[in-house]
Unconditional design. Structure first.
Length: 475
């Protein structure tokens, strides 16, 4: 494996230049950050059935919720971890295992990018300075969001692009490789962030293979080089014990430190007089987790317990993320909550949470999960009403907010299946003023054709098409 020689000068220059605005993704509907930060807040009322608890669940469009949380001092700047698994731009609709409509994933291209970008800009504001974002997508949109998140978080705050094996191998008849991966982008708000290094516990065979040698006192160890790439002009570039570091390299430690290590017996000298460092097995907390996750597949056999909500993720995946990037008591948010995997896992790990989902089926699933737990995947096929497993969360641990009748409800009642990035600018007696990208005019017109509303498009000075949707039923 080739080891690159780091040049701190080039790297810091590069980061300085590319921190916020190295590359841009250009598309016609891209709003200014200021416009997004002035997104109107939503209005929510507390459900009588779930009025008490330290965690919050919103049944609402997350755009208005995120905007309203910006004004909430107990949340804004205090969220330590956001994991989101939004629709992946599949141009499909999703049903639960009990054939209930769950959600539509119809946004594609720039409309999808802008809808998610708006939310990410608000999320960035809500994060604490030591907070982190994990964005889960697949090959359709992950590359666009590497660029978008560099714009929002700064490329220097990019940490990983994790590849996850999502399912078992597929027997494709298509002339392509089987598609078993999806991706998680990990960004932090700053370079001082919460990090509890996740490790895999050693098994004996692996430990013996990796730590092959046994010291005089019986301790197992491995040998690693004591030099690193790059030439240095200081003490680490000079002779130690009559030996220069190999060409193009420097000693990893100052000669005085190397002397101390040698005195403690931590240096192994080869028969040809080359020093190597001994790393003892007992000092290893485990095998550090790398950025390819093979053991986090979503439910893949009939015995695994699930909620039955489509696209629900493996709780083990959330356990790893939540443990690595938050501490007990921290506030965790998932504003595309689905079946509530993040929320249930956060609860189990002693974190506080905020969850949001637009879908009625998602909210029903989350409530069911909290009250009754999950069910064997096999039971959805043969015995759909089988009793669920043990309860996971008490009734009084969270409050439920419903979106106040208006925006979303209004559209639902009128059978207007509007897709974001439409945002409501103003509501008056004349109707509702929407801000939409030009390319959505046709979509809006066609989806609303069965309603009795009058659609009046006009172009504003920001060159967005605005739509006045007059509604006789609007109070
Ligand atoms: C892929 S699913 C999330 C699955 C979840 N990670 C789990 O483990 O169950 C995406 C969810 O985002 C929700 N969603 C889509 N657009 C939304 C919006 N604008 N506001 C709130 N939720 C939204 C959908 O209803 C759906 O439940």
């Amino acid at each position: 494996m080739a080891v690159p020689v780091p040049s701190n000068k080039v790297r810091s220059q590069h980061l300085k230049n590319t921190n916020a605005h190295g590359f841009h993704l250009e598309y016609s509907e891209k709003k200014s950050v200021d416009e997004i930060l002035s997104t109107p807040t939503g209005k929510y009322e507390l459900s009588k059935d779930y009025p008490k608890g330290k965690n919050r669940l919103y049944h609402a469009d997350n755009l208005g919720v995120l905007a309203s949380l910006l004004e909430d001092n107990s949340v804004c700047g205090k969220v330590k971890l956001v994991y989101i698994d939004p629709p992946f731009s599949t141009a499909a609709s999703f049903e639960s295992r009990k054939q209930k409509h769950a959600y539509d994933d119809h946004l594609v291209g720039p409309a999808f990018v802008e809808a998610l970008r708006e939310r990410l800009i608000l999320i960035h504001r809500l994060l604490a300075d030591d907070g982190a974002l994990y964005l889960h997508l697949d090959e359709r949109m992950i590359f666009h969001f590497r660029v978008i998140l560099d714009e929002i978080f700064g490329s220097k705050n990019f940490r990983n692009c994790i590849t996850r094996k999502k399912c078992n191998p597929k027997n494709y008849t298509r002339k392509t490789y089987g598609n078993v991966a999806d991706y998680i982008l990990f960004y932090t708000k700053s370079d001082t962030y919460i990090w509890n290094r996740p490790v895999e516990v050693w098994d004996e065979a692996k430990a013996i293979k990796e730590y092959q040698y046994i010291d005089v006192d019986g301790r197992r160890y491995k040998k690693v080089p004591i030099h690193a790439p790059g030439v240095r002009n200081g003490e680490t570039g000079k002779e130690w014990r009559g030996k220069l570091p190999p060409p193009g390299k420097h000693w990893q430690y100052l000669p005085s430190k190397l002397d101390e290590m040698d005195a403690r017996g931590e240096i192994y000298w080869s028969s040809t007089g080359n020093p190597r460092r001994k790393i003892y097995f007992e000092s290893s907390a485990g095998i550090p987790i790398q950025d390819i996750w093979m053991d986090m597949r979503d439910a893949h056999n009939q015995n695994i317990h699930i909620t039955g909500y489509p696209t629900e993720k493996n709780p083990a995946l959330l356990t790893r993320i939540i443990e690595a990037s938050s501490n007990p008591g921290d506030l965790v948010m998932d504003c595309f909550a689905g079946s509530g995997t993040t929320l249930a896992t956060a609860s189990k790990l002693g974190r506080q949470w905020i969850g949001v989902d637009l879908s009625e089926e998602a909210i029903k699933t989350i409530l069911h999960r909290f009250m009754h737990g999950t069910e064997r995947m096999g039971d959805f096929v043969n015995e759909p009403e089988k009793a669920p497993s043990s309860p996971q969360l008490g009734h009084s641990t969270f409050v439920l907010f419903n979106e106040v009748k208006g925006n979303h409800e209004f559209m639902k009642q009128n059978d207007i299946k509007l897709c974001p990035p439409v945002s409501i600018i103003n509501k008056s007696e004349q109707g509702i003023l929407f801000n939409i990208g030009n390319s959505h005019l046709n979509t809006l017109t066609s989806v609303a054709k069965n309603s009795t509303n009058i659609i009046k498009p006009y172009t504003s000075k920001e060159s967005f098409t605005k739509i006045l949707l007059s509604d006789a039923k609007l109070a």
